[in-house]
Design a protein around this ligand. Structure first.
Ligand SMILES: [Zn+2]
Length: 385
């Protein structure tokens, strides 16, 4: 029988725990057995939010997560009254948003089972937002289950994490990702192999790469940047190229969504309808929405630049492997000749320095450093002989 847990690649160790919790939640002994707050952690792409959503489905499904009934389906699409998935658009979750959420989930679950809140980016809670949430988590005897997701346990406020049960997801193996792409997404074995290898266990990214020609060609262009750093001006050019490619990739994924959202909002206000009050209300709402979209776009571009830097790091990783004589474990085997000639012309210790420079740049970007300047500094470092 199909199950909502089928899609959790390489996470067998937590699936048993989740199934056990779902079974315990049905025993009817006054929610005694049920843990009300959980934290799902794992590296990007390990599927922490997918795991949390699958758990939410299993909790509200009459068949413990069959993946085919109305409950299971509506829980994913946002149509289930007892399941709320919080995906944040901006860089942080503000206390106002949490207060609003708490009033929304204050009443008992409509279906008589559980009310489940999945928070995808619990690491982006501001301190005051986290404190507001803490009060709700501490409240005894509720039928609400909180599923928080974050990269590591360290990213969640200690007061909150001490009240949660912790589940750590693993990075799925390349082989597991390859199998899923072939079996579930009908992707050819050669493409699945390439996508699984270069995305290093990040299932969402692997799927995106495997199904998008333009994403693949952008990645290719980024991976060739280390070969084009012959001069200082070339380094500056490479930084601009990286930013352009990352921005292009980001806007491709968010641009059409923006337009649809604005159109929907205008429709809600009766687009084309006459009446002054209506028009100013709509204009204000559109302005608010545009502000949110801008904040989301910034975040997507930053994530995209970070992804490009991770890709670049795999080039230098492969160079160090080539220098050590290991060709088997190369990620970018399609670039093997270029990687080998690079390995022959740069001393090993400078390659390691370049890898640390990429790591540094990612840290700076995570702390909101200006992207172009950060990448220019990085490329100058990478260009050094
Ligand atoms: Zn179901």
């Amino acid at each position: 029988m199909a199950s909502v847990f089928d899609d959790l690649v390489g996470q067998e160790h937590i699936i048993d725990i989740l199934k056990g919790a779902v079974a315990a939640s049905r025993t009817g002994s006054e929610s005694q057995e049920m843990t009300h707050a959980w934290v799902f952690t794992g590296p990007p792409g390990s599927g922490r939010s997918s795991a949390a959503v699958a758990f939410a489905q299993a909790l509200i499904c009459p068949h413990q997560g069959c993946s085919t009934c109305n409950e299971c389906k509506s829980a994913v699409t946002g149509g289930h009254p007892d399941v709320e998935v919080i995906r944040i658009e901006g860089l942080s979750i503000q206390v106002e948003e949490i207060r609003e959420l708490l009033t929304r989930v204050a009443w008992a679950p409509s279906m008589g089972g559980w009310r489940v809140v999945v928070m995808e980016d619990a690491d982006r809670l501001t301190e005051s937002a986290a404190n507001a949430l803490l009060k709700a988590i501490e409240e005894p005897g509720t039928r609400t289950v909180w599923l928080l997701c974050a990269p590591t346990l360290h990213d969640v406020l200690p007061t909150i994490r001490s009240r949660c049960r912790h589940l750590q997801l693993r990075t799925p193996s390349i082989d597991a990702v390859r199998q899923v792409l072939i079996k579930r997404n009908d992707i050819s074995p050669i493409m699945a192999d390439f996508a699984a290898r270069v995305s290093q266990g990040h299932i969402g990214r692997a799927r995106y790469l495997a199904t998008n020609e333009s994403v693949r060609s952008n990645r290719k262009a980024i991976m060739r940047l280390p070969l084009q750093l012959g001069s200082l001006s070339a380094a500056f050019q490479a930084a601009q190229t990286l930013i352009d490619l990352a921005t292009e990739g980001a806007s491709a994924s968010s641009g059409s969504k923006d337009e649809i959202e604005i159109e929907k909002l205008q429709e809600a206000y009766g687009k084309g309808a006459t009446g002054r009050g209506m028009a100013t209300g709509a204009a204000k709402a559109v302005k608010e929405l545009e502000k949110e979209q801008k904040s989301r776009a910034t975040r997507i571009v930053r994530d995209s630049i970070d992804g490009a830097l991770l890709d670049l790091a795999t080039f230098y990783r492969d160079v160090t492997l080539a220098q050590a004589g290991d060709k088997e474990s190369m990620i970018n085997s399609d670039m093997q000749p270029e990687i080998e000639s690079y390995a022959a012309s740069f001393p090993a210790h400078t390659v390691v320095q370049k890898m640390s420079a990429i790591l540094e740049a990612r840290k700076h970007l995570a702390m909101n450093a200006a992207p172009l300047v950060t990448c220019e500094a990085l490329m100058c470092e990478l260009a050094r002989r």
